[in-house]
Design a protein. Structure first.
Length: 845
């Protein structure tokens, strides 16, 4: 597995700038990035807070790790392969609003609503961005609501009836056995029974209220005596009874005499009423204080019965407005369309959602929400729906920014390379399916851009690229003007390279006409930082038709044609042809041969001395790779190394060269330590640099196997490769330097770096490119620049080495400006290892 790369690196490769990083870091939504193997490679602070883990605890952990103890929404264990991130990596499909529970380190469960977004490389998931928010409150609310309503549904009224007779004047009473059972006794146990015995069993707080009702009945104000009171049960508890009676007779003077009545055990009903009252109070509290929006909807009218404050705040209406027209006005068209299906789902399953939708705020703006609902029944059997809504506007904004960053070039706003390849795949498929459909891929490279960038600075170069992109947009067909060309688009491929795709063309002639129009549009002067800039483009064209190749081959064909245009001169257009195809075939032949070159011992390493200019004696050597192909013969490194880099073969080949060079250095030391070179220089390719920590392991292993001190090894990195990824290169070089390996910048002066940036990297040696050396005696300006360059290098405590020395006069000039070392044909050509010590016995030059 490759070492995890920080989110900053991943985002940079996708064209995401520091502003978006700041958005991620400040977001309340947690964000975790996982690579294509599922390992976490970065997270934002919100993720640390929501998961209860520090960033370093999460790095390298996968979704399959059992420590998450994840469960799904039904409370079942969630295997790693069912995690949203793993699903996205496996299928390339995003996941929306998956409910997942995770166990926090300090205990307790946190519920998360998870969304995943795949980040693609060559139409395949390269990593996945998981965003999640805490929905524990919403989840717990749903559980509590369900539980409370279940309890209310299960509460049943029961009837416990007993009879009594009371002689009001004498106080004598008569009860049936059922009456005694209510309070847990037998009648015999309660004898003698009279009104005082009844009062002794009644709760003191209830006697006064009962007496009031009794007096009202005696006074004729009510037809029946009716009171509720508590009576002491034999077990010490209290039973609620409904005491109901009626006078049966009065005395002649109107005094009450005999009264009959019943006692009904209403304990269960009273407890149910108390529970219902408590449940209602609890529900009302949850309703009022919940951090999510809640609406109670009548399933018959589909109108709100009540809404809480959060729901009102989401759309800017008051409660009164919501219960009038506001609720309907806040529904977006998509919500109206989904209403019928939601109600049908509630009738079938008892719930709907969660799903994403949109509210319309009173101000007119859209509010992104996550909706879910559940059915509840009233006491009378009427049906309602608890509709729960959560504002997810912040998360949706972040997702839109991530999608835009993944699809747009940060600088120009044009579609980026990933989108370009996806659209080309669609067009190629259409061309294969529709014999009459053709499209042209125009690969554009701006002439002299590097000179402009180096002269005026990177900010000016960026401004020029933005202006070029705008002209490409203007060159696109007007919407509706040409249906055949409606799918034409422009994209930035990288650096100063752009792609223009013209659809609905007749053939090569029309493609060339499009190229001519682009040449005209892009060649007009630009005003950049107060300077008039004249530029042109080299254009390579590949036509896609019924036999269209895939996107990668089309891009390679157009790129090949563009380089042909570059070789032909500025402001040139070249259409890919069979001759170029032959060259491509040779390249493929070379690529196939490279895969077996190491096994067949076809590769050799030659060594060119690096000489002390003052003494003329060898100081160290540079290892140079050579290849003799069994059919093609000698193939130059300028031809086969780029192919090896593109195919990835440079990794095993580069490791072989490194190990062979280290072993040869050791053999020379054993042969003649005094005559042997003190150091060995080996070149690193851009692909090897991308290995990061893996390269460090290879270097350490090669040194150990050869018993070679790290200080004797010098690794050469070209200026261009350093500038392609300055931060990544610096991190790698610091690791090599910490190991003791020396580092050299190769071909200095051919790239876009400045002398001032040298101090940012742990270089020991700077190798001045041979183009400077060749022009020393021809161009005073070059001589002055070279002199200044050597002075800066030496003043920074680094060693300067001049490459490509062929004339004694060049040695004199280099010595005069303070350069101490050099290499070139003046001293020696690259030679086999067994000839080096003998050839170097005498001073060179």
């Amino acid at each position: 597995m490759n070492a995890p790369q920080p989110l900053s690196t991943l985002l940079a490769r996708s064209g995401v700038d520091d502003d978006l990083r700041a958005v991620l870091d400040s977001s309340a939504a947690g964000v975790v990035v996982q690579d294509d193997t599922g390992h976490i490679v970065d997270c934002n602070p919100a993720a640390e807070r929501l998961l209860g883990l520090r960033r370093e605890q999460m790095m390298g952990v996968t979704s399959i790790d059992p420590r998450w103890r994840a469960i799904d929404g039904d409370g079942h264990g969630l295997p790693g392969e069912r995690h949203p991130a793993m699903h996205t990596l496996r299928t390339g499909e995003p996941v929306h609003d998956a409910l997942m529970g995770v166990m926090l380190p300090e205990g307790g469960r946190r519920w998360l609503s998870v969304n995943t977004t795949p980040m693609l490389r060559a139409a395949e998931p390269a990593w996945v961005v998981c965003s999640f928010v805490d929905v524990t409150a919403r989840h717990d609310l749903e559980v509590q609501l369900q539980d409370q309503w279940q309890r209310l549904r299960d509460t049943l009224d029961g009837t416990r009836t007993a009879t009594w007779e009371w002689n009001v004047q004498t106080g004598a009473t008569l009860f049936n056995e059922r009456w005694a059972e209510i309070v847990g006794w037998r009648l015999a146990d309660l004898a003698p029974l009279n009104i005082e015995a009844w009062a002794g069993l009644t709760h003191p707080d209830d006697i006064a209220a009962s007496n009031v009702q009794l007096k009202r009945h005696f006074a004729g104000e009510v037809e029946y005596y009716d009171a509720e009171c508590r009576m002491r049960h034999r077990d010490g508890g209290w039973r609620w009874v409904r005491d109901r009676g009626r006078l049966a007779s009065r005395s002649a003077d109107g005094r009450p005499l005999l009264m009959f009545g019943t006692h009904e055990d209403i304990t269960e009903r009273k407890l149910a009423e108390i529970a219902a009252s408590q449940a209602h109070a609890m529900l009302q509290g949850l309703f009022d204080l919940a951090p999510v929006g809640i609406s109670l909807i009548d399933m018959v009218t589909e109108l709100p019965v009540d809404v809480n404050a959060v729901r009102c705040a989401m759309v800017g209406y008051t409660r009164a407005e919501m219960l009038a027209e506001g609720y309907q006005q806040s529904m977006s068209p998509e919500m109206r369309r989904s209403r019928a299906s939601n109600m049908a789902r509630v009738n079938e399953t008892g719930r709907y959602g969660p799903y994403e939708s949109v509210f319309i705020h009173k101000s007119g703006r859209h509010v992104d929400v996550l909706l879910s609902g559940m059915r509840v029944l009233g006491r009378d059997g009427s049906a309602f729906v608890w509709s729960i809504s959560q504002d997810i506007s912040e998360r949706k904004t972040m997702e839109r920014q991530l999608r835009a960053a993944a699809e747009q070039d940060r600088l120009t706003g044009l579609p980026n390379r990933a989108v370009l390849m996806q659209r080309l795949e669609v067009l190629a498929a259409r061309a294969r399916a529709e014999p009459g459909f053709r499209f042209a891929l125009l690969f554009l490279d701006f002439d002299r851009f590097k000179l402009i960038n180096d002269t005026l600075g990177h900010a000016a170069g960026d401004e020029l690229l933005v202006s070029m992109a705008q002209r490409l947009r203007v060159a696109l067909p007007e919407p509706g003007a040409d249906a055949a060309a409606a799918d034409s688009f422009a994209a930035r491929f990288g650096g100063d390279e752009f792609v223009y795709v013209a659809t609905g063309i007749d053939g090569e002639g029309e493609a060339i006409a499009v190229a001519d129009r682009l040449q005209l549009a892009l060649s007009a002067p630009y005003v950049i930082k107060g300077h008039d800039i004249q530029s042109s483009v080299s254009i390579g064209i590949a036509v896609g038709d019924v036999g269209a190749a895939g996107p990668n081959e089309l891009m390679r064909n157009a790129d090949t044609a563009m380089y042909e245009a570059k070789r032909a001169g500025r402001r040139t257009t070249v259409v890919f042809n069979h001759e170029m195809h032959a060259r491509l075939s040779r390249a493929l032949h070379i690529e196939a041969g490279l895969r077996l070159a190491v096994q067949r011992n076809e590769l050799t390493v030659l060594y060119q001395p690096i000489v002390d200019l003052e003494s003329g004696r060898m100081s160290s050597v540079e290892a140079l790779l050579r290849w003799v192909h069994p059919q093609l013969g000698a193939v130059g490194p300028d031809e086969f190394i780029p192919i090896a880099e593109e195919s990835g073969q440079i990794v095993p080949i580069g490791e072989w060269v490194l190990r062979e060079a280290c072993q040869q250095w050791a053999r020379w030391q054993r042969q003649d330590a005094n005559a042997a070179p003190a150091g060995m220089s080996v070149n690193l390719s851009r692909v090897q640099m991308a290995l990061g920590n893996r390269l460090l392991l290879v270097v350490r292993s090669a040194l150990a196997d050869a018993a070679m001190p790290a200080a004797a090894l010098q690794l050469e990195i070209t200026e261009r490769e350093v500038m392609k990824d300055p931060d990544g290169a610096r991190e790698l070089m610091l690791g090599l330097s910490a190991m003791g390996v020396r580092l050299a910048m190769d071909d200095f002066g051919t790239g876009s770096s400045s002398l001032g940036c040298l101090r940012d990297y742990p270089f020991h040696t700077i190798k001045i490119d041979k183009t400077f050396v060749t022009d020393l005696s021809r161009d005073p300006h070059v001589l002055a620049v070279a002199h200044a360059t050597v002075n800066v290098i030496e003043n920074l405590g680094m060693v300067s080495v001049a490459e490509g020395i062929e004339e004694p006069a060049e040695v004199a000039m280099l010595q005069a400006m303070g350069c101490h070392y050099g290499q070139g044909y003046l001293f020696a050509r690259p030679m086999a290892a067994d000839k080096l010590l003998a050839a170097m016995a005498q001073p060179l030059g």
